[in-house]
Design a binder for this molecule. Structure first.
Ligand code: SF4
Ligand code: SF4
Length: 209
């Protein structure tokens, strides 16, 4: 198969899991337990198709444009496409279609579920490695923003603005990111440099969505 980078590209995506389905002879890539991409193998264990979740209108358009993009093999032919692994579909387009398939499946979950699946708070913080997680702090999503450093009985100002006021999945949907509230909620123990680095890391986390 010409897309030798495909497996590592998908596995690097946030919270993607991969397994092998022996009956189908497919490698499946999932987010939140739902498949959004697969490599289908033939009886000689050679890649036969790359299956991807797709928007129905876009799927039809792509099939008209590329001979190597077909209706989804053994899938809902309206919402899945199959790409020939040694065809002429450009690498950049395949990468783009993988990104879209991932986002499409993720967006099928509720906004709260999306943050939970990604282990991200609305401001891009990954609670997982935090020393307070499950000790002094329940976590941002679990406590609905009422983390221990938030004003008593209220959500953290970031959560209050992003989730409660704007109903965003995360601040990534907001043109003002990183706004003044990000600065106001700065951990006082962080140096200016460490805080700037934290902003960059959180924005990078959110960009992956
Ligand atoms: S303090 Fe709580 S909300 Fe903040 S990163 Fe740690 S676990 Fe998450
Ligand atoms: S203004 Fe935008 S970036 Fe700032 S907290 Fe609200 S949603 Fe997030």
């Amino acid at each position: 198969m010409r897309y030798t980078w495909l497996d590592s590209y998908l596995c690097k995506k946030r919270c993607v899991t991969k397994d092998f389905q022996p009956v189908w002879n497919w490698i499946r890539y999932q987010i939140g337990g739902k498949m959004f991409a697969a490599i289908c193998f033939d009886k000689q264990n050679q890649p036969y198709y790359i299956n991807l979740k797709a928007d129905p209108v876009e799927a039809k358009f792509l099939q008209e444009q590329y001979a190597d993009i077909l209706p989804g093999y053994y899938s809902d032919k309206r919402t899945w496409i199959s790409i020939k692994p040694d065809g002429a579909v450009p690498d950049d387009l395949v990468r783009d279609l993988l990104d879209r398939a991932y986002r499409l499946m993720l967006q099928g979950f509720s906004k709260k579920q999306q943050r939970e699946i990604l282990h991200l708070s609305c401001c891009g913080t990954d609670c997982g490695p935090c020393p307070f997680y499950h000790k002094d702090c329940e976590g941002c999503n679990e406590s609905r923003g009422r983390v221990f450093h938030a004003p008593a009985g209220k959500a953290c100002p970031l959560y209050a603005c992003s989730v409660q006021k704007h109903r965003y999945v995360t601040c990534a949907s907001c043109a003002e990111m990183p706004c003044d509230i990000w600065n106001l909620t700065r951990d006082p123990q962080l140096s200016p440099q460490a805080f700037e680095q934290s902003i960059q890391e959180r924005m990078q986390n959110l960009k992956e969505l």
